[in-house]
Write a protein that binds this ligand. Structure first.
Ligand code: S3P
Length: 429
């Protein structure tokens, strides 16, 4: 795995567009593939994770034509996929394996889903349990804990399910299985996770009702193909937002970023720390709110506390929020975050270990951490743990650290953000 060496930046200046949204790209391919007729997806994220979803549906017999500027999918309806003749490799992508399991549970054939070393250590019982309650024949390695997951699809029955954890992947897996169920499937979440699936499903013709933390979906409805524009990914923009805030004299605009409120908890957190962030030109793109984000650097930041309830809206921003916390005065505490141990890497451990190497005083808890700021970061060698968001978070830390910071394992950025280092170079030039 290759490495990169980065050093302190004077300022960030310019206007950029972040890559297309990863979560929405996955969902656009999944819903188009199980719809009747032609769908067109514009601004699709060509990164390793969503490409895993495309490859999976190709293996299931769906006609997917990547024309560069757009992806054309000719679907045959919710039962229009066929048995794959090999194991399906979901790569590093938790969204692919968990959402696909919901679809496959309702289709009457045999399939096996697996992935890379990281994915094969991520928990699957959270989807196996509800899908089994719906009548699916589904099992996984190590007493249903880890991939590979084997599924023999069936006719499903609707359930009423109280989710023990807030997870958009689990919620979406059940909603997709709900399309194949007799009756109305009802799900209640403990806290609001990202709602891209609920926003996109009705646009394809599904019957769905959302009331706060409760979602209901009617089974048996045919989906119809449509056109979708994918907005820019807030989680990718997040790295540059924090970089600009931490470096005096910075002034950047990030254009066309999705600002769905289930995703933008980081903006609230940074504003509470004292940051200057403006949302301009707010508009709608395929049912998702979008804005241009303007940030200026140099404001003095103060420490904050993040609790369990706030966490789902900034779940993927934990690594970069930790970097911001190192530059805020006081002790920032993030608790109720045990889910972070189950991501592409154990992100609580990764941030604790690697920030300590850079000289940060940090305390690790089973469900989070606390960081003492403002810290003088020391350039050194840090590890990414093969995790794209850890690699990008430390690339931003390097811009405020003394000396040279070497980050190992940076090819992982291709999971969600090919071109990350080129954009960073452009902003700091
Ligand atoms: C995602 C949901 C979240 C998030 C992941 C993408 C999705 O995972 O961390 O990066 O697209 O539904 P969980 O559902 O495990 O919280």
């Amino acid at each position: 795995m290759e490495r990169i060496e980065l050093k302190k930046a004077e300022r960030l200046r310019g206007e950029i567009s972040p890559p297309p949204d990863k979560s929405i790209s996955h969902r656009a391919v999944i819903l188009s593939s199980i719809s009747k007729g032609r769908s067109v997806i514009r601004n699709f994220l060509r990164a390793e994770d969503p490409v895993s979803t495309i490859n999976a549906f190709r293996a299931l017999g769906v006609d997917i034509d990547d024309r560069g500027s757009e992806i054309i999918i000719n679907g045959n309806g919710i039962h229009g996929i066929r048995e794959p003749n090999d194991v399906i490799d979901c790569g590093n992508s938790g969204t692919t394996i968990r959402l696909l399991s919901g679809v496959l549970s309702g289709n009457p054939f045999f399939s096996v889903l697996t992935g890379d070393k990281s994915l094969r250590s991520r928990p699957m019982y959270r989807i196996i349990n509800p899908l089994r309650l719906m009548g699916a024949d589904i099992m996984a390695r190590a007493e249903d804990r880890y991939p590979p997951v084997a599924i023999k699809g069936r006719r499903l029955k609707a359930i009423k399910y109280d989710m023990p954890i807030a997870s958009a992947q689990v919620k979406s897996s059940i909603l997709l299985a709900g399309l194949y169920a007799d009756g109305e499937t009802e799900i209640t979440e403990p806290a609001k996770s990202r709602d891209h699936t609920e926003r996109m499903l009705p646009a394809f013709g599904a019957e769905i009702k959302v009331d706060g933390l409760n979602v209901k979906i009617k089974g048996g409805t045919e989906l119809r193909g449509r056109e979708i524009d994918v907005p820019g990914d807030f989680s990718s923009a997040a790295f540059f937002i924090v970089a600009a805030l931490l470096i005096k004299d910075s002034d950047i605009t990030i254009k066309g970023v999705g600002i769905n409120p289930t995703r933008t908890g980081l903006i609230n957190a940074l504003k509470a720390m004292g940051a200057e962030i403006e949302l301009l030109n707010i508009r709608d793109v395929s049912g998702e709110p979008v804005a241009d984000i303007h940030c200026r650097g140099g404001a003095a930041l103060k420490a904050i506390s993040i609790s369990r309830e706030e966490l789902p809206s900034l779940i993927d921003e934990f690594p970069i929020l930790c970097i911001a916390a190192t530059q805020a005065n006081g002790i920032t505490t993030i608790r109720g975050a045990e889910e972070l141990r189950l991501k592409e890497s154990d992100r609580i451990k990764a941030m604790t270990m690697e920030l300590r190497k850079m000289g940060v005083e940090i305390e690790e808890f089973s469900d989070g951490l606390s960081i003492r700021g403002k810290a003088d970061l020391r350039g050194t060698t840090v590890e990414s743990y093969g995790d794209h968001r850890i690699a990008m978070a430390f690339s931003i830390a390097a811009l405020v650290a003394d000396g040279v910071t070497t980050i190992n394992g940076v090819s992982s950025v291709n999971i969600s953000f090919p071109g990350f280092f080129e954009i960073l170079r452009g902003l700091t030039a």
